[in-house]
Design a protein around this ligand. Structure first.
Ligand SMILES: [Zn+2]
Length: 147
């Protein structure tokens, strides 16, 4: 753990995530993007798969951690697709926070073709939800057999 790391705070529960963690163990944590004030809504189904340990990138993971992160990406992509996403974008950027976090960004039906992957979450018609609705989706995702 690092001092004042946003992802560590999410992993350790100091920042509440809608519906609680979808998956967590000593290698990986998966959770819905939290709503950070002053925002009152978040893009529905925007998940993060993060290494439990505070490391900057994939090259810092042990093989066991990399395996757990990879399986979690596959599993929760399947869950989003089963929940209706027509595509799941998997993105690792790492410019803002130096704790490995992979973005799983669903493309929901009805998103116009001209909306690129980078804007599926912020166009005018993007499926935004409040904390309760995000938690409800998390509950639904938990019921989907992703193995
Ligand atoms: Zn961290």
């Amino acid at each position: 753990m690092s001092e004042s790391c946003l992802v560590c705070d999410e992993v350790n529960g100091q920042i509440r995530v809608p519906g609680g963690h979808l998956e967590e163990d000593d290698r990986v944590s998966v959770f819905h993007c939290p709503i950070v004030a002053p925002a009152t809504e978040v893009f529905s189904g925007y998940l993060f798969v993060v290494s439990h340990r505070h490391v900057p990138g994939f090259s810092d993971l042990t093989d066991a951690e990399a395996g757990a992160v990879g399986v979690a990406i596959a599993r929760w992509s399947r869950a989003l697709e089963a929940a209706g996403a027509e595509h799941v974008y998997v993105v690792r950027v790492g410019h803002g926070v130096d704790h490995l976090h992979v973005h799983l960004i669903p493309r929901w039906p009805g998103t116009p073709r001209e909306i690129s992957w980078m804007h599926v979450d912020d166009w005018d018609g993007a499926r935004r939800v409040d904390s309760a609705a995000a938690a409800e989706l998390v509950t639904t995702l938990r019921t989907i057999d992703t193995r």
